[in-house]
Design a protein around this ligand. Structure first.
Ligand code: TYD
Length: 405
C-alpha cells in the first residue's frame, strides 16, 4: 500500500487510468520510441482527506525549457489575472512585496510590475520565465521550497502576499513548501492560491483534470489539514469558474484574521458531497468508467457513419482523455491548437497530429471534440462560423450546437 504524501498514512488506491504519457509532452515522430510513460492512478487518504496521484514523474521530466503551456493563450484568463493583480494590490499596504509561486509567462505579475510594486516570480520552466522577464517581471527560474524561501527572505525580507494559480496542486512536497511559505510570510501576510476544485471534479466527472502535473486535487478539507500542520489557517475561499471550476483559498497565520462564513459554507457542502469519506471516490471511479465507455461508443459510431471528427485545443486534459479512453487518429483526425510550440507535433501517447487554427477553418470537421471545455464561452464566440457539431464529455458525454452553448 502506498503512503499519503502529506501525512504519511496509508493511501487507498481508488482508480487507475492506465499507462499515461506526460500531458504536455507534445512530440515529433522521431521521439515516439523514447516516449516516457507512467501509471496514472489516484489514491485517497482517510486521515488528511487528500485525493492525490500515487506515482508522479520527476519534476524535471514535466517542467523544463520546452514546457508547452503558456497562460496567455486565453483572453478570458488574461482578464482573470489582471483582476487578480488588482485584488492582491488592494489587499496590501505601503511598499508591499508580492511573491508568485509559478508565475508562468507573467500573466498576473506583469500588472504588479507595471505599477512598480516589489514582486518576485518563481518559475522553474526557463522558457516561460524568460517571457515573464520580457514583460518586466522579476523572476528566478527555480522550484519553490523551504530553501528557496529562505534565500528570498534574506534578499527581500518578508512577503505580504504569496500567490499561486494552478501551481500548488503541482508541487509534491507540500509539507516543505508550507514551511517555506510560513517562514517567508509577514505576520499579517496571506497565502492565496487557486486550483481546480475537487468538488467540481467529482460532480462533473471531469477526470481530465487528473494528469501527471496535478499531484493533488484539493478540497477545503485537505487544504486545511495540509497547511494547518505549519500553523496556517484557512480564512476564506471563493469558488471560481476558471479551469472548469476552481477554488481560491486564502490562508494566514492562525488567529490573525477572522474566518469568513464562506469557509463554513463550503466545508458543509463538502461534508454533504462526502469528500471526507471513501464512497464518493468509488462512485467517481464508476462514473469515469461509464464516461469512457460512452465516449468510445459515440466516436466509433460517428466514424462508422463516415463523419470527420477533430479535437479542439490540445490541452493537458486531453492527454488523459485520449489515453484513458484509447482514442487515436483512427477516431480523431487532428487536434487544432493556437500554441505555436504544439503545432506540427503529435499528441502524447496517442500521436494525433496537432495543427494550427487555420487548418480547422480551412478543413472543418463534422464534429469537434471540445477539449478546452473550460473555455467554452470564449471558443463558441470565436467559432461562430463553425457549422458542425461539438462534442463534450462533461458532465456527461454529449453533442451540442455552438449557438446553444
Ligand atoms: P487549458 O484548458 O488552459 O489547458 P490545460 O488543460 O493544459 O490546462 O487550454 C489551453 C490550451 O487550449 C492551449 O493549448 C491553447 C488551446 N486553446 C486553443 O487552441 N484555442 C482557444 O481558443 C483557447 C481558449 C485555447
Amino acid at each position: 500500500m502506498s503512503e499519503c504524501r502529506i501525512c504519511k498514512s496509508s493511501l487507498h488506491k481508488i482508480i487507475s487510468f492506465g499507462k499515461m504519457p506526460i500531458a504536455n509532452a507534445f512530440l515529433e515522430e522521431s521521439q515516439f520510441s523514447s516516449e516516457h510513460f507512467f501509471e496514472l492512478a489516484c489514491g485517497y487518504c482517510e486521515k488528511c482527506f487528500m485525493f492525490q496521484l500515487i506515482d508522479q514523474p520527476t519534476p524535471e521530466i514535466m517542467f523544463h525549457d520546452e514546457y508547452a503551456f503558456f497562460s496567455q493563450t486565453s483572453k478570458h484568463m488574461c482578464n482573470h489575472f489582471e483582476g487578480v493583480a488588482n485584488k492582491l494590490i488592494s489587499l496590501t499596504r505601503e511598499d508591499p512585496f508580492i511573491v508568485e509561486i509559478g508565475c508562468n509567462d507573467g500573466i498576473m505579475l506583469k500588472h504588479v510590475a507595471s505599477k512598480n510594486i516589489r514582486h518576485l516570480g518563481i518559475e522553474p520552466s526557463g522558457n516561460v520565465a524568460k517571457i515573464a522577464n520580457s514583460h518586466g517581471v522579476s523572476t528566478v527560474s527555480e522550484f519553490f521550497n523551504s530553501s528557496t524561501a529562505d534565500t528570498i527572505l534574506s534578499k527581500n525580507g518578508t512577503a505580504d502576499i504569496i500567490y499561486s494559480a494552478n501551481v500548488m496542486c503541482h508541487i509534491p512536497d507540500i509539507p516543505d513548501l508550507a514551511l517555506g511559505v510560513v517562514n517567508l510570510l509577514s505576520d499579517d501576510g496571506r497565502l492565496i492560491f487557486e486550483d481546480p476544485y475537487l468538488g467540481d471534479i467529482l460532480e462533473k466527472t471531469s477526470y481530465d483534470q487528473i494528469y501527471d502535473e496535478h499531484v493533488y486535487l484539493f478540497s477545503l478539507h485537505s487544504v486545511s489539514q495540509a497547511f494547518g500542520a505549519v500553523g496556517l489557517e484557512l480564512i476564506n475561499c471563493e469558488h471560481l469558474d476558471t479551469h472548469g471550476g476552481s477554488m481560491r483559498y486564502t490562508l494566514a497565520k492562525s488567529g490573525v484574521y477572522p474566518v469568513s462564513s464562506n469557509v463554513r459554507q463550503y466545508l458543509d457542502y463538502e461534508r454533504r458531497l462526502g469528500v471526507n469519506r471513501i464512497d464518493p471516490y468509488v462512485e467517481f471511479r464508476n462514473n469515469c468508467e461509464r464516461s469512457k465507455k460512452a465516449l468510445r461508443q459515440l466516436l466509433q459510431q460517428l466514424k462508422e457513419n463516415g463523419h470527420k471528427v477533430a479535437g479542439y485545443a490540445a490541452t493537458s486534459k486531453s492527454t488523459t482523455i485520449l489515453n484513458y479512453c484509447g482514442i487515436d487518429s483512427s477516431l480523431i483526425d487532428y487536434i487544432t491548437d493556437t500554441t505555436p510550440i504544439k503545432q506540427g507535433k503529435f499528441s502524447p501517447g496517442m500521436h494525433i497530429p496537432i495543427v494550427p487554427a487555420t487548418h480547422f477553418s480551412e478543413s472543418p470537421p463534422d464534429y469537434a471534440f471540445l477539449f478546452a471545455w473550460n473555455h467554452l464561452k470564449e471558443i463558441m464566440a470565436k467559432e461562430s462560423n463553425f457549422d458542425g457539431n461539438w462534442i463534450t464529455h462533461v458532465p456527461e458525454v454529449n453533442i451540442f450546437q455552438g449557438e446553444l452553448a
